[in-house]
Design a protein around this ligand. Structure first.
Ligand code: ATP
Ligand code: ZN
Length: 299
């Protein structure tokens, strides 16, 4: 029993042994790879801040945080930010808290509006830059991040994330919470392979599932820390599956809290998409089809 007690102590004092247990139990092949990954989070509000905290506690290698706003007292109905952080930029306040939780995570704070010309430039440049801690990757990728998470609350910003990711051929996951705060969704976007955000008008895409994910100008939106926490959990769970290659990443997952209903669906790209970078990625994806088929056959 002495031995048992001792090993229990070791487990309790080291948070990573619990994460490494995912590997011992055969869920994840190599959990430690988490340290090699860089994730960009756009929008550090109700969903983005909680997602950043989850990834930090999971031991992610590097987080790039983007938001143009400052912390307000009105944000206290969400999780993560604290009253003494009122007035700080959301990205700096997030770095403050996250670096205390896990000093090993490389944190980059970008307080900017991604929809302005200058903001978009900095956004693109930062996504391209290689992780300084990890300059030699085992897979030859040109992009500097492994995944982009969109946690913004408006159409314009989502279209800008879509543009950047289509140009960079960067996989991203979009998230949203409805104006009435009782439903939400996440959506995986792989340029050329799945529908991009411009491929289908979002209101049409969402019909029957999640009618009002997009907030209207001048309308006071409702907000619940519960719905935002659930959506952040779904978002980061799928991000972990994508990065560490376990389970299945949902192409689209809705959350209706009134019925506890979780609809899923798949969306193919639109060959008539208005986004030219999307059309280029679609062409590339079709050209690579024989290679994919051969690889699948060889497996
Ligand atoms: P509310 O809109 O309900 O007052 P909020 O602005 O905090 O709250 P959230 O849904 O909690 O909204 O979070 C969305 C986050 O995305 C916000 O922190 C917002 O500042 C950020 N955001 C939205 N558009 C942009 C943009 N173009 N560039 C950078 N950050 C953005
Ligand atoms: Zn498209």
């Amino acid at each position: 029993s002495k031995v048992k007690e001792m090993s229990a102590e070791v487990v309790d004092s080291n948070p990573y042994s619990r994460l490494m247990a995912l590997q011992r139990m055969g869920i994840v092949e190599n959990y430690e790879r988490i340290r090699d990954f860089s994730v960009a989070i756009v929008g550090i509000g109700g969903v983005g801040s909680v997602s950043a905290e989850m990834l930090t506690r999971c031991g992610i290698g590097r987080l790039l945080l983007y938001d143009y706003d400052t912390v307000e007292l009105a944000n206290m109905n969400r999780l993560f930010f604290r009253p003494e952080q009122v007035g700080m930029t959301k990205t700096d306040a997030a770095v403050q808290t996250l670096s205390e939780i896990n000093p090993d995570v490389v944190l980059e704070s970008y307080s900017l509006n991604i929809t302005t010309v200058k903001g978009f430039e900095v956004f693109m440049e930062s996504l391209r830059r290689q992780n300084p801690k990890n300059s030699v990757r085992d897979d030859a990728r040109s992009a500097g991040v492994d995944l982009v998470l969109s946690c913004v609350d408006n159409y314009e910003a989502r279209m800008v994330v879509n543009q950047a990711c289509n140009e960079l051929n960067q996989t991203w996951i979009e998230s949203g919470v409805s104006e009435d705060a009782v439903s939400g969704h996440i959506q995986l976007l792989i340029p050329g392979e799945t529908a991009c955000f411009a491929c289908a008008p979002p209101l049409v895409v969402a019909s029957g599932v999640d009618e009002r994910t997009l907030k209207r100008e001048g309308v006071c939106a409702a907000s619940l820390p519960t719905t935002m926490g659930v959506v952040a959990g779904l978002l980061v769970q799928n991000a972990l599956k994508f990065l560490l290659k376990f389970g299945e990443v949902s192409p689209y997952l809705g959350y209706n809290s009134l019925k506890d209903y979780f609809p899923t669906m798949e969306m193919r790209p639109n060959p008539q998409c208005s986004n030219s970078a999307c059309l280029e990625r679609q062409k590339e994806y079709l050209l690579e089809k024989p290679v994919r088929d051969a690889l699948a056959k060889a497996k």
